[in-house]
Write a protein that binds this ligand. Structure first.
Ligand SMILES: NC(=O)c1ccc[n+]([C@@H]2O[C@H](COP(=O)([O-])OP(=O)(O)OC[C@H]3O[C@@H](n4cnc5c(N)ncnc54)[C@H](O)[C@@H]3O)[C@@H](O)[C@H]2O)c1
Ligand SMILES: [Zn+2]
Length: 362
């Protein structure tokens, strides 16, 4: 795979101009969704380096991460005269960078692409690491390829228009990165308590002015964790599984919520972290006080999805269907301490039920 450059931008115009100039191309395309077309494209469309760029727009949110949207992107590229030497800029959240990355990776056997993530989740997670794809046949990320963006440009100014829930969703992945990284990083995330400074739920989706500039160093630190791990293990044979912390039970919560009231991915991950940190404590000696502090932070900012013990069999069934399992056992990534990663762990159904009891009572 081509190596991936991640730029923490202070000067977006200069960074983007340099990234575009770095990729020799004949035509330039920019992919947005209906929302990023409105709130993000105006921030860059007047740049000299964007003059002549042709825009392709797809529907917003994960429900549009479909073969239909992908086909639309391919058709538009074809109609607007894209060649093997064209370049695509993906401007959006994880949906746009995943689908756009896949469209670029497959069009005429692959054209280069640049990611400009515009949600917190895509800045610290989705836009980096080369996983691209779409949902298919009712399954998430079922079809796709590993292929790095030539360059990922991060600029927190895009976050100004984001609502509190989507910011918190991204912050949960940052918390995960802090836990797998080191104590200082984790403590900074809890201490700085950005949750308090996030805007109140913006009912009308009006832009909310907020101080996000101080989020930039934490975003940089967070994406560096992801980048370090995916560089070491691009195709998830080993250490990349560290990034699954909180996700085995988190995905089960997410699937259960889908049958009731859907929740954002990061909320489910946060609840997955509560339950899996409990497993870390009882199984491999993760310190109880650190678990308690993390759990309190999550409860305070994310609340809790209500479950009863009648839901346990269903949740465990979801865990059995996790893509990451081998054979009959449920695969976990656990920590024996902050930064001390133990991949390929398993837990019995009894232990998982105990962890779910803890989640309900904590
Ligand atoms: N490739 C990976 O490694 C990886 C990792 C994690 C998640 N993902 C994928 O990422 C997607 C989730 O990412 P997401 O949370 O960014 O979702 P998203 O792209 O659907 O964005 C969420 C919403 O925010 C809107 N939005 C985007 N930028 C905005 C801005 N600056 N201001 C206001 N609104 C804005 C979007 O239009 C959308 O409605 C999922 O498809 C998931 O599968 C991929
Ligand atoms: Zn995740």
């Amino acid at each position: 795979m081509e190596p991936q450059k991640v730029i923490i931008s202070q000067q977006l115009e200069a960074s983007l101009a340099a990234a575009i100039a770095d990729c020799q191309h004949d035509r330039l395309f920019v992919l947005t969704d209906e929302t990023t077309h409105e709130c993000c494209l105006p921030l860059i469309s007047h740049y000299a380096c964007m003059q002549g760029a042709q825009e392709i727009i797809i529907g917003a949110t994960d429900s549009h991460k479909t073969l239909q949207s992908l086909s639309h992107v391919w058709s538009e590229l074809q109609r607007m005269g894209a060649t093997r030497h064209s370049l695509m800029v993906n401007l959006g959240g994880g949906m746009v960078t995943d689908l756009g990355g896949f469209a670029a990776s497959t069009f005429k056997r692959g054209i280069p692409y640049i990611n400009i993530p515009t949600t917190l989740l895509s800045m610290v997670d989705a836009s980096v690491g080369g996983k691209t794809g779409i949902n298919f046949g009712g399954l998430k990320n079922e079809i796709g390829v590993f292929n790095n963006a030539r360059c990922v440009i991060l600029d927190t100014q895009f976050l100004r228009t984001m609502d509190r829930e989507n910011l918190l969703s991204g912050y949960a992945e940052m918390l995960k990165h802090g836990l797998i990284d080191c104590e200082e990083h984790w403590a900074q995330l809890l201490r700085e308590n950005h949750g308090d400074r996030l805007p109140d739920s913006d009912k009308n989706h009006e832009p909310v002015p907020m101080i996000l500039s101080d989020l930039s160093p934490l975003v940089a630190k967070s994406v560096a964790v992801k980048q370090r791990i995916v560089t070491e293990d691009p195709t998830e044979r080993g250490i990349r599984k560290a990034l699954n912390l909180g996700h085995t039970i988190g995905h089960a919560f997410e699937s259960l919520a889908l049958e009731r009231t859907p929740v954002l991915h990061g909320y489910a991950v946060a609840w997955g972290l509560i339950t899996e940190l409990y497993l870390c404590c009882v199984k491999i000696g993760f310190p109880q006080d650190k678990m308690r502090q993390t759990v309190n932070f999550i409860k305070e900012h994310y609340g809790k999805m209500t479950i009863t013990c009648d839901d346990y069999p269903h949740l465990i069934e979801f865990m059995h269907h996790d893509k990451k399992n081998t054979g009959n056992s449920i695969n976990f990534t656990l920590l024996s301490a902050i930064g001390n990663i133990c991949i390929n762990q398993t837990a019995t159904e009894e232990e998982i039920k105990e962890a779910l009891d803890f989640y309900r009572e904590c």
